[in-house]
Design a binder for this molecule. Structure first.
Ligand SMILES: Cc1cc2nc3c(=O)[nH]c(=O)nc-3n(C[C@H](O)[C@H](O)[C@H](O)COP(=O)(O)OP(=O)(O)OC[C@H]3O[C@@H](n4cnc5c(N)ncnc54)[C@H](O)[C@@H]3O)c2cc1C
Length: 546
């Protein structure tokens, strides 16, 4: 593990969430239902509960459906051991320690917030297809609600649960509810299987023809919960078989997540400049950092994919979220400013929707070497090359800094992800799935649709109208880290060099191996100095972001 000290990490990507003046944590968050993660709400008696008129807004359709059609609701989370096995082709840990820690914090937070809503969270270790039927039987539940999933592993679990419930034979059914995208699948102006192959066509069609659904109102309390003897504990990393990382993450970065919106939008007022900053790599402020929570289906009070006109949001020093689970871009636009930047966050979120819908259309081809376009090509699986990329020891500071950031924090900027993806596939000539699976291990925001969608796109086997999108390291360094601040932050040995040498250190310092690259730039340290001489001379056919 990297020995980088992050004890006062002003430039840490999640630094923003460690602000003490925000310690009055905003009210509740509820997250819920994903078949893979199986946060499942089981209900018993189907009777609408409408006695409490102090309404809160909820955008979790599965939770709403479960609550509104039941008398008693039992939220369940199954810690599925399959989440902690290994990745499909290359046997990396399926969940790295950082995401494991994040997940556990989210679970603890979920339980706390459900309790504030008159509920609780039952935590069980085991496979959902074993746990849920037995719970359904014990509690007499007639329906298990879960969010509908789209990728094969998750669909497999859905099928197993469905079968197991049927086997038990007491009439309990599995009801899958669509959630987590900004636009509802049923509102698309085309059948999802006819999804346009090009993002821009998708975006234009959706923007012209669809509306984002509003949130639903529910009472403050959505209890009562059934009587349960043992609700189960949130496990430690050790119990999950994960090694705690030897890094000093900013305290409470995870549990203050709701402040993402407060800080980015209101306190720091960064939304209005997002379009100019979004290609940054260093620090917390260049982009929203929503992704880890969106990936875990954390429906925040305040951060959600939905729009609501009846939200209550009070920006200010005693900032609190009251009420709605809404996405605040429109609100910010009304109250402060509407410009290209405010629109651009929605533009990016629409990419997320696109990859989710695409995963339905493409099915398993998203995970195949040739990708959805079934491209025939030759890629190597050279272990040594891959390890130099994984460990941040290629000799290219821009690659190495990004990879060190990933393994230390579980995060990498979108710019960085595109650069290291292009490098792995087009410079190293490696099988893109090695990179995708390593991202699967490390990313806090790992999501199969966005991860594999972006990797196939970047590798030239997916939905990119341009077939060989190449990111030249010299050009990227020049455009996005001209002072070498980013690389020097993550590769300590570069700090003592003058700024103009940081991307081109010559024969150096931190590399174990000399890596010969496919494009013939030379190898390792030698390659770094060679690249420096021809700075700007390499082909970079990609100047903007998609
Ligand atoms: C090779 C590669 C792998 C990726 N893997 C993942 C992944 O596993 N999970 C994931 O959430 N994102 C993934 N992304 C997309 C993107 O890099 C991250 O969503 C983004 O960097 C997260 O930071 P942010 O929340 O500050 O983003 P912002 O720039 O603030 O964008 C706001 C939100 O828009 C969405 N978004 C932005 N760009 C994309 C995109 N290209 N694709 C899909 N959604 C997007 C995210 O939900 C993000 O939180 C990947 C990109 C690449 C190039």
């Amino acid at each position: 593990m990297s020995a980088l000290s992050l004890s006062s990490p002003l430039t840490h990507p999640f630094r923003r969430f460690n602000l003490h003046h925000l310690s009055n944590k905003p009210v509740s968050s509820l997250f819920f239902c994903s078949a893979a993660k199986m946060n499942v709400h089981i209900h018993r008696v189907p009777e609408k509960l409408q006695r409490n008129h102090d309404l809160r807004v909820l955008d979790n359709d599965a939770l709403y459906k479960a609550w509104s059609s039941s008398d008693t609701l039992l939220p369940v989370y199954c810690l599925d051991p399959r989440l902690f096995h290994t990745t499909h082709f290359f046997s990396f840990p399926k969940t790295g320690a950082l995401r494991g820690a994040f997940l556990m914090e989210c679970l603890a937070d979920l339980r706390k917030n459900l309790m504030r809503r008159g509920l609780n969270l039952l935590i069980r270790s085991g496979k959902p297809e074993d746990i849920l039927p037995s719970l359904a039987k014990d509690f007499g539940a007639h329906t298990v609600f879960a969010h509908e999933e789209t990728c094969s592993e998750e669909l497999h679990v859905e099928r197993l649960v469905d079968k197991a419930l049927k086997r038990v034979g007491n009439g309990t059914k599995l009801e899958l509810i669509w959630g987590s995208t900004m636009y509802h699948k049923d509102d698309l102006p085309f059948d999802v299987l006819d999804l346009p192959d090009i993002y821009t066509q998708f975006r234009k069609s959706v923007e012209a023809n669809c509306r984002i659904r509003s949130s639903t109102r529910i009472p403050v309390s959505i209890g009562p919960t059934p009587c349960v003897d043992n609700w189960g504990d949130v496990p430690t990393l050790g119990q999950l078989g994960l090694e705690p990382q030897e890094v000093n993450l900013p305290e409470k970065i995870f549990s203050l997540y709701i402040n993402v919106v407060c800080l980015f939008f209101y306190l720091q007022d960064l939304l209005k400049v997002y379009k100019e900053t979004r290609n940054g790599m260093l620090g917390p402020d260049y982009s929203t950092k929503f992704s880890p929570w969106l990936a875990l289906d954390v429906s925040l009070l305040g951060l959600s994919m939905k729009r609501s006109d009846h939200s209550n949001f009070y920006p200010g020093p005693n900032m609190r979220f009251r009420g709605s689970k809404t996405f605040y871009v429109q609100r910010y636009e009304r109250e402060r400013i509407a410009n290209n930047s405010t629109y651009w966050v929605l533009f990016e979120l629409l990419w997320r929707d696109y990859f989710r819908f695409l995963s339905i259309k493409c099915g398993n081809s998203l995970f195949h070497l040739g990708g959805p376009r079934d491209v025939q090509g030759e890629w190597s699986q050279d272990k040594r090359l891959f390890e130099s990329w994984r460990d941040g020891k290629t000799g290219y500071p821009l690659i190495d800094a990004n990879m060190k950031e990933l393994s230390t924090t579980g995060f990498m900027s979108n710019r960085g992800r595109q650069i290291v993806c292009s490098f792995l596939v087009r410079d190293m000539g490696l099988d893109w799935r090695m990179g995708a699976e390593w991202f699967e291990t490390c990313l806090l925001d790992y999501d199969p649709c966005s991860n594999y969608g972006n990797w196939t796109y970047g590798a030239g086997v997916g939905n990119d109208p341009r077939e060989d999108r190449y990111f030249s390291i010299p050009k990227q360094a020049q455009n996005y880290d001209p002072e070498g601040e980013y690389v020097a932050f993550w590769v300590q040995q570069l700090r003592r060099l003058p700024k103009e040498k940081r991307h081109w250190p010559g024969r150096l310092i931190y590399m174990d191996t000399v890596v010969p690259l496919k494009h013939g730039h030379g190898g390792g340290n030698a390659q770094a100095s060679r690249v420096s001489k021809s700075r700007g001379g390499f082909r970079d056919n990609h100047s903007g972001r998609r």
